[in-house]
Design a protein around this ligand. Sequence first.
Ligand SMILES: C[S@@+](CC[C@H](N)C(=O)[O-])C[C@H]1O[C@@H](n2cnc3c(N)ncnc32)[C@H](O)[C@@H]1O
Length: 227
Amino acid sequence: MRELAVQALSSVERGYDLLAPKFDHTPFRTPDVVLDAVAEVARGLGPFGRGLDLCCGTGAGTRVLRRLCRDDVVGVDLSAGMLAVARRHEDAVWVRGEAGTLPFGRVFDVVASFGAFGHFRPEERPGVFAEVARVLRPGGRFLFPIAAPPRPGGSGWWFQVGFDAAMRVRNAVWRPPFVMYYRTFRLADVRAELCAAGFDVELYPLEALGRRPDGAPRCRLVAATLR
Ligand SMILES: C[S@@+](CC[C@H](N)C(=O)[O-])C[C@H]1O[C@@H](n2cnc3c(N)ncnc32)[C@H](O)[C@@H]1O
């Protein structure tokens, strides 16, 4: 708890540097069941040439991309600590960089990202999506899973409401900010922003992750194709 408290009072970069050695044992790493569900559906959209794992952390999603790509796979992340752990586990090219100013030209056929969009304020997202569009070759794909919102009033909904409220209070009274919000990444907004950045958007249910009682998929793969 003490370590988590210190991390929560740091910047995003410093917080992940501190968390890095233990990150793979936390619930913040994307679980294998999600990675496998994405890989299964994304296999039908590939194979791809060169891939980029955006906000790669310790490389959980990079492993998925290596299964989908014929050429090299690059992982980019803000945190040198997370990249150091990734480097020990996985054979890929690891680059320290900021999602809003990617240090690449138009060299990728697929960009994937897992578990990181809560770190961007809604007003920052169009810039990140524009960067992804800038580094993708025409016809390239931008892939990421998006979970269905929890049922209002349920335990998951209360957790997200409480977490986001605590984060807003923390960021109002403490510097540097730690940006992480659960309830700001909404499919309708994201879809409109991707279209504005030059993508056509398709959605694929991740059936391996099941459906809600109302029949909606618990999680979908967003497959955005650069026009
Ligand atoms: C929750 S972790 C997810 C890591 C990994 N993708 C996974 O699914 O396990 C979020 C990652 O996003 C990175 N990150 C946050 N903001 C970033 C930014 N602006 N540019 C690049 N990386 C960023 C963090 O350093 C961290 O490694």
